[in-house]
Ligand binder design. Sequence first.
Ligand code: NDP
Ligand code: GDR
Length: 371
Amino acid sequence: MAPATAPSVEGRPRPARRLPPAGEGTGGSYPRRVRKALVTGVTGQDGSYLAELLLAKGYEVHGLIRRASTFNTQRLDPIYRDPHESGVRFLMHYADLSDSGSLVNLIRELQPEEIYHLGAQTHVKVSFEIPEYTADATGMGTARMLEAIRASGVETRFYQASSSEMFGSAPPPQSESTAFHPRSPYGVAKVFAYWFAVNYREAHGLFASNGILFNHESPRRGETFVTRKITRAVARIAAGIQDKLYLGNLHSKRDWGYAPEYVEVMWQMLQQDEPADYVIATGEAHTPQEFCELAFDHAGLDWERHVEVDESYFRPSEVDYLCGDSSLAKKALGWEPKVRFPELVRLMVDADVQLLEDELAGRLVRQDRDH
Ligand code: NDP
Ligand code: GDR
């Protein structure tokens, strides 16, 4: 990618810089050394699955984490190894999306071939309470990452975690050609970040791709998103330690897929000859009420006896209907979702029932992670 001082060609997009064709693991077409990837948001749902995937493919994986007053690396337990051991291929580094210098230094030092930018303030409802911070972390965070790549002069490929929230009130099915109409500060910040990535592709020839991912869930989903909030409550209600679950709008429609399948396609996007933007979705939409019906039923419970609506969870402006058309991803990347809605609900309930059993039995002692 062009360094910050290189002149730009007005009005004429530069061709994307070519990297050597990507091969699997260490035995592919990257003979020089093990491929290095930098993952922001590595402590989150997607970051943890992506780090596992990249390690399995033979990468050296570097995760950007921010300072927190408590340990926030639980999702990384399956892959964590003490950095004092030899041959460790997963390493974490302190930096912050609000600190440009830390981003430049990290990218310059690591020289990663691929950067997966997943870090963001991701909660839509919370973004109405902290709009300025959301714009900074979710929007400006991407601008800072892109500038850090330019400033460091590193040749790399960049994945931007774009979102179906950008479509907002645009009617379904939403595809790559659907015009954005975001309905929250989070959605607005993601639109800003999306266009930043497109602009760096067109203006500076960066290999930058936007994955416009619809909702994707898993047992590692954050506990305050509606699916996980429901499955955790189902486990606790089934165990007799909770009675009521308070939710907001039960009638919005979401296109819910399975997170591990969605991180696979992030990787695929960066292995293409050319950068591009892709919608990733199941093409099926369901409501939070349908999620409740299936989840409670799977645990032998009647959702109507336990779920109550609390209007404080309503959003000032809601996104009513998201259902994606991912035919481009199917055609260009051969990607198709496998886990469908009923299976997703069941596997999340089963995982939370097991987790609660482990918690109650005191089986979840963690080793401290000081890196
Ligand atoms: P999570 O909320 O689980 O994870 C967000 C990550 O960003 C966490 O690792 C968090 O760190 C990190 N982060 C937040 N603020 C900062 C900061 N200032 N500096 C450094 N890191 C920060 O999100 P998901 O894994 O669900 O989503 C990953 C990405 O994909 C996000 O960008 C999200 O907006 C986007 N996306 C997600 C979809 C989904 O359905 N899951 C759908 C479409 C897009 P910490 O652990 O310290 O909080
Ligand atoms: P979303 O996910 O806003 O789509 O953003 P969330 O699970 O928060 O909401 C989905 C729908 O459920 C309704 N809802 C509730 N939501 C929450 N969180 N809590 C409740 O109690 C509740 N009751 C009903 C919401 O109103 C909404 O309609 C997620 C995030 O991961 C984003 O970062 C990502 O970009 C998008 O998915 C795609």
